[in-house]
Design a protein around this ligand. Structure first.
Ligand code: ZN
Length: 550
């Protein structure tokens, strides 16, 4: 009856009334922005054949849309910038979260992307001094609060920056896990007192339940074929075993539950179990999706990133973390079916960045790559070049103030009267370092979003005023600064190309879309399903092919 009635109303001209009532009817009760920390397209593809029948990824593939062409525009492929894009739909050049940490020249200190003064809850003192204030543009949560009166928003992750940047300031509860105590915490930026459900979640000590459990391979044997478990560049497990293989017992190396154990949980698939349980506690505790007023849940699974960094994305540990994440997603989706209703929730899943294989594993395959104190090499090369070209600095002791996060910060007073020449010299000197592929004066790449070179375009999308060094440099593929077994942070494809999948009422089932999107597409799609405007800085549109014809 309803479609006929709607058609009749439309036919007599009440088009606005018709579309408004239709969208209210079909709106998902709950929309979910789901991030998997460090899930590169290439890593997902290697794990995909082994996902479980009842796992989350198979359901997303069969009942939703898989985007095979999703990549970040920005070069700064780190957790803070990625989650800010997922929450706002904008690249770093617009949302302003250009790195996890950036150098503040005036304060002469490194600024953490979600640091800001905020008092903690009296019962959770470890949640102090975090907030979304450095995010420059609105999130989907902001759009929903503006256009859906009464909607509720929760954001949950292990990492503070992930939970905080996905939802921004328009969140009712943003909560993360502190590894010092294993507590799920929030602070006065979001809540006046600790919500009852959150206190109950901590009181349940869910995190303690993994103590003494063994982390072993959980997937089918075929999922680990060809992977070598014991590689010299991998980290040792954090339980005193001095081993870098599975199985491992979860103790943190102690006989009692304490901070080292919580850190080991963070660096294991159980860290993702904790996030799934925290998300479920938020849905229940806040009654998300319980009525026709649509709500938002943001959830980010951090442990995949920690495992990838410690053992490398080609490790047995990383493959197992992916197999287990698949099952956690399956459980979360089944929980949403039961709590919110099958077909009453919509979800967009993506990642905050990809990852490169360990340089050593590339070398074994005959590819080039390497690691070292690259920032120090760059610093020394640039300082020598500027001294050679211009003599001793006339102001201060050094020309180079700092090198970090793929940028060189120069002593601006010392180069003030020859800035252009000094930046050219510094860029050339950085490029002469063996591990460096290219380097440019920041002002040469800023705003160059249409450049034919994808690397230069990516650099432009990663720059925000006041938060950039003087020279931007890019490492050669498979080169790493420092000793972490594997990492990300470059504009290379393995770091920018990430998983993206969507599911929900109104979304086509079983479609693989080659439509080029960024991880910021999720907020655009969810806004469309909700019938509200997309966040102000989001730039993409929803192609008709991915929507179910009604
Ligand atoms: Zn990350």
């Amino acid at each position: 009856m309803m479609p006929k009635l709607a058609a009749f109303i439309c036919s007599i001209g009440a088009v606005v009334l018709c579309s408004a009532s239709a969208s209210a009817q079909e709106r998902p009760r709950l929309v979910v922005l789901c991030a998997v920390d460090q899930l590169a397209t290439w890593v997902h593809a290697l794990g995909a054949p082994f996902y479980a029948e009842d796992g989350g990824f198979r359901r997303l593939k069969n009942a939703g849309v898989t985007f095979s062409n999703c990549a970040y525009e920005h070069a700064c492929t780190e957790t803070g910038p990625g989650h800010a894009t997922i929450g706002t739909g904008a690249p770093a050049s617009l949302h302003g979260i250009v790195k996890n940490n950036w150098w503040d020249r005036d304060l002469k200190k490194l600024i953490y992307c979600v640091s800001e003064p905020a008092s903690a809850m009296p019962d959770l003192p470890e949640g102090s001094n975090r907030g979304p204030g450095r995010l420059l543009v609105p999130t989907l949560a902001g759009s929903m609060k503006e256009h859906i009166p009464g909607c509720k928003v929760a954001s949950v992750s292990w990492k503070d920056r992930s939970a905080i940047l996905m939802a921004g300031k328009h969140s009712d509860v943003t909560a993360w896990i502190e590894s010092s105590t294993g507590n799920l915490v929030s602070n006065s930026k979001w809540v006046a007192e600790t919500p009852k459900w959150l206190a109950q979640f901590n009181a349940s000590r869910a995190i303690d339940s993994f103590f003494g459990q063994t982390w072993d391979r959980s997937g089918p044997a075929a999922a680990y074929e060809g992977l070598v478990d014991d590689r010299p560049w991998e980290n040792l497990h954090y339980n005193g075993s001095l081993q870098r293989t599975l199985p491992q017992v979860m103790t943190g190396g102690g006989t009692e539950i304490a901070a080292p154990y919580f850190s080991q949980v963070y660096a294991s698939p159980f860290g993702n179990t904790m996030v799934r349980m925290a998300a479920e506690a938020a849905v229940r505790g806040m009654a998300l999706g319980d009525d026709a007023v649509s709500d938002l849940l943001c959830v980010s699974f951090s442990a995949t990133d920690v495992v990838g960094h410690y053992w490398g994305p080609r490790s047995v540990e990383a493959r197992d973390a992916l197999m287990r994440l698949d099952k956690e997603l399956g459980l979360l989706f089944a929980f949403l079916d039961a709590e919110v209703g099958h077909d009453a929730w919509a979800l967009f899943l993506t990642a905050d960045h990809g990852v490169a294989p360990s340089p050593e594993s590339e070398l074994l395959k005959g590819a080039s790559g390497g690691r070292g104190p690259i920032d120090t090499w760059v610093k020394s090369s640039v300082e020598s070049a500027l001294r050679k070209d211009f003599g001793l600095p006339t102001s201060g002791k050094y020309y180079v103030e700092r090198v970090s996060e793929n940028a060189v910060y120069l002593n601006t007073q010392a180069i003030a009267d020859r800035r252009a020449a000094a930046l050219r010299s510094a860029s050339a000197a950085a490029t002469r370092v063996r591990a460096v592929m290219c380097a440019y004066p920041t002002e040469d790449v800023r705003g160059d979003f249409e450049h034919s070179d994808p690397i230069r375009r990516a650099l432009a999308f990663g720059l925000s005023k006041q938060r950039a060094g003087d020279v931007q440099f890019v490492l050669e593929p498979y080169w790493l600064n420092g000793a972490t077994p594997a990492s990300h942070g470059s504009p290379h494809r393995y770091d920018r190309e990430v998983v993206a999948m969507a599911i929900g009422p109104g979304v086509r089932a079983g479609l693989e879309s080659k439509h080029a999107i960024t991880p910021g597409f999720g907020v655009v799609l969810l806004a469309k399903l909700l019938g509200i405007p997309k966040p102000q800085a989001a730039r993409e549109d929803v192609p008709g092919e991915i929507l179910q014809s009604r």
